[in-house]
Write a protein that binds this ligand. Structure first.
Ligand SMILES: [Fe+2]
Ligand SMILES: [Fe+2]
Length: 235
C-alpha cells in the first residue's frame, strides 16, 4: 500500500504548489538543479514553473516521481520530440554537474582520506578509485560524444542509420555498482587511520552521488530510450 509521501507524489497536479512538492521530498532537489530551476517559488504552481523553464508539466511530474518513488514505472507513451529534447537537456546538465562539481569534490575528499593511510592501504584504495574514475569518465564521454549528439540528429530528422538508440540500450553500463563496492570497502574494511569526520564526509558524498546516479541512469533507460525508440519508429 502506498504511504503518505508516495500518495502525495502520485497525486501531483499541474496546479500543485512547487514549494509543496519539494516539501514532500527534498531529494527531488537535484532534478531542479540540473534543470536550472531556481528556488524562491513563493506560491508558484508546477505549471507556472515548468512554463518559465520550457518543460512540459507532465514530463516534469513523471521525473519527480522517478526521483521520489521507489519502483515507479513511468508511462512514456504520450511524450514527444519536445520531451526528448528536455530529457536530453537534463542528462547533459547532470553530466556537467558530475564532472565539474560532484566528482572533483569526491576526488578531493578521497585524496584527503588516503593521505592518512600507510602505503599498502593507500595503493589498493587508490587503484580501486582511479579505475572507477576512468570507467565513469568513459561512460559520460560516450554519452556526451555519441548518444546526446545522436539525439540531436534524431530531433532534427537528420539520422543516417549508422547508429540507433538500441546501440545505447545494449551497451549502457552500470556505473553504480563499483561505487557501491567502494562504499562497502569503507564501511567494512577501511581501518580507522583517517579521522571519522573525514570518512563520514566521504561516505555521505559517495552515498549521495550513488543515489543521484541511480535516478539519472533510470531516466536514461526508462524515459530517454523509450521516447527515442518511438521517434525512430514513427518520426
Ligand atoms: Fe548519463
Ligand atoms: Fe548513463
Amino acid at each position: 500500500m502506498a504511504n503518505n509521501k508516495d500518495m502525495g507524489f502520485l497525486t501531483i497536479k499541474h496546479s500543485s504548489k512547487m514549494a509543496d512538492i519539494l516539501d514532500k521530498d527534498v531529494f527531488i532537489l537535484p532534478l531542479l538543479y540540473h534543470f536550472g530551476i531556481d528556488l524562491g517559488f513563493g506560491e508558484a504552481s508546477v505549471e507556472d514553473v515548468c512554463l518559465k523553464y520550457g518543460i512540459k508539466p507532465e514530463l516534469f511530474i513523471t521525473m519527480c516521481r522517478v526521483y521520489a518513488l521507489k519502483g515507479y514505472v513511468p508511462d512514456c507513451s504520450a511524450f514527444d520530440k519536445d520531451d526528448l529534447g528536455t530529457v536530453s537537456r537534463y542528462i547533459h546538465q547532470s553530466h556537467v554537474y558530475y564532472l565539474n562539481e560532484a566528482l572533483p569534490e569526491l576526488d578531493r575528499q578521497f585524496a584527503e582520506v588516503l593521505g592518512c593511510y600507510e602505503e599498502v592501504h593507500r595503493k589498493v584504495l587508490s587503484k580501486f578509485y582511479s579505475d572507477y574514475r576512468t570507467e565513469v569518465d568513459k561512460h559520460f564521454e560516450y554519452e556526451e560524444k555519441t548518444v546526446l549528439p545522436y539525439i540531436g540528429k534524431l530531433l532534427a530528422g537528420d539520422t543516417d542509420g549508422a547508429y540507433s538508440i538500441a546501440d545505447f540500450e545494449d551497451n549502457h553500463s552500470d556505473i553504480e555498482e563499483n561505487l557501491y563496492d567502494l562504499r562497502n570497502i569503507i564501511v567494512k574494511y577501511l581501518p580507522g587511520d583517517a579521522p571519522y569526520r573525514m570518512r563520514y564526509g566521504l561516505l555521505t558524498d559517495i552515498i549521495r552521488f550513488g543515489n543521484e546516479l541511480d535516478k539519472h541512469t533510470f531516466i536514461e533507460n526508462r524515459i530517454l530510450v523509450p521516447i527515442a525508440l518511438k521517434i525512430e519508429k514513427n518520426g
